[in-house]
Design a protein around this ligand. Structure first.
Ligand code: F6P
Length: 321
């Protein structure tokens, strides 16, 4: 049975990570565990940036964006010798369970630690929603709402000037933020890496809209879909004669107070992670599927196909454009 458990946040920060840290710490303490936090993700494990905490440590953070534990990306963690330092540090503190909040990369790190004898649980915390074993990840809902706020504003000026604006949203290689925000904003086109639209069709659609009654248009583009969005937008303007702009929303999407939905999801995940460790589970990640909390072996979870949005794609075909 685990007695001392640590929690860390890793990879890109996501609103709701703090709420999750709070849930982990509070429910761990309630279950009689000694609770620790690791600063700066896997880097903090390697550098022994590990501190024991009490319940007050996580007071007043449920509403805060970012992560109070800080985050880092550490490609060197792929190296077994580097991981060995982390494992030794955990052993020195007597920590026998580790909860890692992050995305796919974070989970791979956790699984590797499991193979070296540390009990781990992964919690999906990323704005990208790119963890296949969960319908939703911590931060996705808040980020989606932030994108919608931004697009609402961009719409005003786009309409006033009768322009076309291409808006690039984050998501790494996952098109969910693009797809969901595009539907929520009713934009004219949604272009993601997994559902690209051929250049010729993009031009034709914009011309058709301009020649009809719609004098302005919005296009949502997922990052990593166009190698150079500014250059593409220039081409659109040249070929269609429509005044066109590109807006890259950038890191504003990752900030801000978490939505109520993200706070609740984060709390459910945090409590479930502690329960999993207490039940002797390890090398797993938590998810939510059809409103039920589920546990998956991490490797199994990473191998799952990502075909969750079939119904949404059908809607796009009917109402956008
Ligand atoms: O994984 C979250 C994310 O924001 C991605 O959407 C984006 O591709 C990446 O992180 C940006 O990373 P960084 O903040 O390190 O530039």
């Amino acid at each position: 049975m685990v007695k001392k458990v640590a929690v860390l946040t890793s990879g890109g920060d996501a609103p709701g990570m703090n709420a999750c840290v709070r849930a982990v710490v509070r429910s761990g303490l309630k279950n009689g565990l000694d609770m620790y936090v690791v600063y700066e993700g896997y880097l903090g494990l390697v550098q022994d940036n590990i501190v024991q905490v009490d319940r007050n440590f996580v007071s007043d953070i449920i509403n805060r964006g970012g992560t109070i534990l800080k985050s880092a990306r550490l490609p060197e963690f792929k190296d077994e010798a580097v991981r060995k330092i982390a494992v030794d540090n955990l052993k020195r503190h007597g920590i026998d369970g580790l909860i890692c909040i992050g995305g796919d990369g974070t989970f791979i790190g956790a699984k590797k630690l499991t193979e070296m004898g540390v009990r781990t649980v992964g919690i999906p915390g990323t704005i990208d929603n790119d963890v296949a074993c969960s319908d939703e990840t911590i931060g996705f809902d808040t980020c989606l709402n932030t994108i919608c706020d931004c697009v609402d504003k961009i719409r005003d000026t786009t309409a006033s000037h009768q322009r076309c604006t291409f808006i690039e949203v984050m998501g790494n290689r996952c098109g969910d933020l693009g797809l969901y925000s595009g539907i929520a904003e009713g934009v004219e086109m949604i272009i993601t890496a997994d559902h690209p639209i051929p250049e010729e069709e993009i031009m034709k659609t914009l011309i058709r809209l301009r020649d009809g009654k719609k004098k302005h248009s919005l296009v949502i583009v997922s990052e990593k879909t166009f190698p150079d969005l500014q250059a593409f937008v220039k081409k659109v303007q040249q070929e269609t004669g429509i005044e066109t702009r590109a807006q890259v929303l950038g890191h504003i999407q990752r900030g801000g107070a978490p939505s109520a939905r993200d706070r609740i999801l984060a709390t459910q995940f945090g409590v479930s992670a502690i329960e999993a460790l207490l039940q002797g589970e390890s090398g797993i990640c938590i998810g939510i599927v059809n409103n039920k909390i589920v546990h998956y072996d991490i490797y199994e979870a990473l191998a799952l196909p990502r075909n969750k949005h079939f119904n949404l794609l059908r809607i796009v075909g009917l109402v956008n454009r």
